[in-house]
Design a protein around this ligand. Structure first.
Ligand SMILES: C[S@@+](CC[C@H](N)C(=O)[O-])C[C@H]1O[C@@H](n2cnc3c(N)ncnc32)[C@H](O)[C@@H]1O
Length: 155
């Protein structure tokens, strides 16, 4: 499933992927809408830095982590601040830069870091995270959902 806030991007993705019956494109606002389904991979590139307002990042994180299957993978890729700025209080307060954005996902006790790599030189950061493989019954949800894939952006 490919998603985007911009309807035109969703329509273009649907046209470009029409020969792939297992791919669907949906209009979706990650700031306000739950993800419909459970996924074994969520790919979120260049989206988080598009400006979730303070207060929106935590619900976005919860929405994405909730939608991951146990053991599922999350690939985040975002702009970095220069290293001397990325741990400043204002970067944390205003969710500026990949370090702060990606760390917020690790603050969810269900996520662990698999690997981090710089991309585009050192200007961006790609972080691969994994949802711990706790049992679904502990959450009161079904374990019967089939594996799917999603991209939380278009391109
Ligand atoms: C910089 S583009 C990245 C597109 C693609 N992932 C890439 O790397 O080329 C950011 C995308 O995020 C989408 N976006 C921004 N805010 C969003 C939101 N709240 N919910 C869903 N998509 C959003 C934009 O419409 C845009 O298509």
């Amino acid at each position: 499933m490919a998603t985007d806030l911009i309807l035109q991007a969703v329509e273009r993705a649907a046209v470009r992927c029409r020969e792939f019956p297992n791919v669907s494109a949906r209009h979706h606002d990650i700031a306000t809408d739950d993800l419909d389904g459970r996924f074994d991979l969520v790919f979120c590139m260049g989206v988080l830095e598009q400006g979730p307002k303070p207060g929106q990042l935590e619900p976005i994180r919860n929405r994405i982590v909730d939608a991951l299957e146990a053991g599922g993978l999350l690939l985040l890729e975002s702009w970095r601040l220069p290293p001397e700025f990325e741990n400043r209080w204002w970067a944390r307060r205003f969710h500026s830069g990949a370090r702060v954005l990606h760390d917020r996902f690790l603050e969810d006790g269900r996520m662990t870091l698999v690997r981090e790599v710089p991309s585009y030189g050192d200007s961006r950061l790609a972080s691969l995270l994994q949802r711990t493989a706790e049992s679904r019954s502990a959450e009161g949800t079904s374990s019967s959902s089939s594996a799917q894939r999603t991209s939380i952006s278009s391109g």
